[in-house]
Ligand binder design. Structure first.
Ligand SMILES: C[S@@+](CC[C@H](N)C(=O)[O-])C[C@H]1O[C@@H](n2cnc3c(N)ncnc32)[C@H](O)[C@@H]1O
Length: 213
């Protein structure tokens, strides 16, 4: 029997977000290079692509915009990320490759869009960096239309308790991320979902959650 595991959320969410934000400001350039050079990272992110439906798509926490640049030409694409350096880098990348998307700086906890705006919402390798999971998920649900999909990829504790995958998830947790049992959160937000393990000995999971009401 697999047992759900969850990291604890931080007592001080503001401090937690500030610490990560400082780190992203320092490492945005290297992050961009790493994503471009790491085939396995690109493979994981690419698993989101077949699930994205338009016409209107939002990517929350797009980082330097690698994944978004793969689909932006097909949809009316919007993106929001908290880190100003990431937003700047993504804008430069988009100019270079000729991609078009409306990119803004802001937080997942307060998305600057009306209710039910998007057909799909994409979120990769970022949810474990949000200090208040329920608040973030409720806000993402708010901007999805009924029938819209949230496509989320992140580290997880392997559902089959794979030994190697569990060590990887523990390492990610020790590095400061919050490795969550997303199923519990989806149920709390009344989102229907499916999930599959997509890599790193089942410590990377893809979730596709649908807003049904
Ligand atoms: C590990 S990076 C992931 C980037 C990209 N999605 C990828 O898969 O490579 C995490 C991103 O989440 C962003 N982020 C962190 N806290 C956020 C928040 N509260 N609201 C929106 N974005 C946030 C960071 O600025 C960073 O760009």
């Amino acid at each position: 029997m697999s047992q759900a595991r969850d990291s604890k959320e931080p007592a001080d969410p503001v401090r937690f977000t500030r610490a990560w934000d400082d780190a992203y400001t320092r490492f945005a350039g290297r992050y961009d290079l790493a994503v471009r050079l790491l085939p396995v990272w690109k493979t994981w992110l690419g698993r989101a692509l077949p699930h994205i439906e338009g016409p209107r798509v939002l990517e929350v926490s797009f980082g330097t915009g690698y994944l978004m640049s793969q689909y932006a030409h097909r949809f009316e694409t919007h993106g929001i990320d908290y880190n100003r350096t990431m937003v700047r880098t993504a804008r430069k990348n988009f100019l270079r490759v000729g991609s078009k998307a409306e990119l803004v700086q802001g937080s997942v906890e307060s998305l600057p869009y009306p209710d039910a705006t998007f057909d799909s919402l994409v979120n990769t390798m970022a949810f474990s960096g949000y200090p208040r999971g329920l608040k973030a998920l409720a806000e993402m649900k708010r901007v999805l239309r009924t029938g819209g999909k949230l496509i989320l990829i992140d580290f997880c504790f392997p559902p089959d308790q794979n030994w190697m995958g569990t060590r990887i998830a523990e390492f990610v947790e020790r590095s400061g991320d919050i490795v969550r049992d997303m199923g519990t959160l989806f149920r709390e937000c009344e989102l229907e979902y499916s999930h599959q393990s997509i890599g790193a000995w089942n410590s990377v999971c893809l979730y596709v959650a649908t807003r049904t009401g």
